[in-house]
Ligand binder design. Structure first.
Ligand code: S3P
Length: 182
């Protein structure tokens, strides 16, 4: 099973990914952490010292490596599917699950966590909701290509177990479709 979680910053990709990996008995990887380990630097430092373009190159390389494995749940960065041909690569590699949250819900989650996000840290608390709305609007055409779209508002307990079941079924259906398409 190859499962990729996509979604805006603050949508819970890493937390949900870890929990789903446990429920589905799959190895878990967080793309941001992989990039940080490979670069030996935090993402904030990478952005500040080498710029976003360099970060996107490292992100793409780490992504291609991670997608080589046979079994995984991979949490991506919020921008991962929106650059180069990353989304196509993701769709060709596994089942892509979009954790969907409204701009307002994201803003309330991100207000206390913007300092670790170089794309948001320069905005004041007052400016943040509008910036999130603007960036989300730009990214939705990518996020909306996911094979599975999930309301990420309350993904705990039973909801999470249900999501694990839905993912399992969607993965099996995808395999069956690919089998008949051949
Ligand atoms: C980014 C999201 C971050 C990280 C980097 C850029 C983005 O990951 O990859 O700061 O472009 O949305 P999270 O979504 O895990 O915060």
């Amino acid at each position: 099973m190859r499962i990729v979680l996509i979604g805006f910053m603050g949508s819970g990709k890493s937390t949900v990914g870890r929990k789903l990996a446990h429920r589905l008995n799959l190895p878990f990887a967080d793309l941001d952490e992989v990039v940080e380990q490979q670069a030996g630097q935090t993402i904030s430092k990478l952005f500040a010292e080498q710029g976003e373009k360099h970060f996107r190159e490292l992100e793409r390389k780490a992504l291609a490596e991670q997608l080589n494995a046979d079994r995984f749940i991979l949490s991506t960065g919020g921008g991962t599917p929106c650059y180069g041909s990353n989304m196509q690569l993701l769709l060709n590699s596994g089942l892509v699950v979009y954790l969907d949250l409204t701009a307002a819900a994201l803003a309330s989650r991100l207000i206390g966590a913007k300092s670790q996000r170089p794309l948001l840290s320069q905005f004041s608390e007052e400016e943040l909701p509008a910036e999130i709305e603007r960036l989300l609007e730009k990214r939705l055409p990518f996020y909306n290509q996911a094979q599975l779209q999930v309301n990420a508002m309350n993904l705990k307990g039973q909801e999470l177990s249900r999501l694990a079941q839905v993912i399992q079924i969607a993965w099996e259906q995808q395999l069956t479709r690919q089998h008949f398409d051949r």
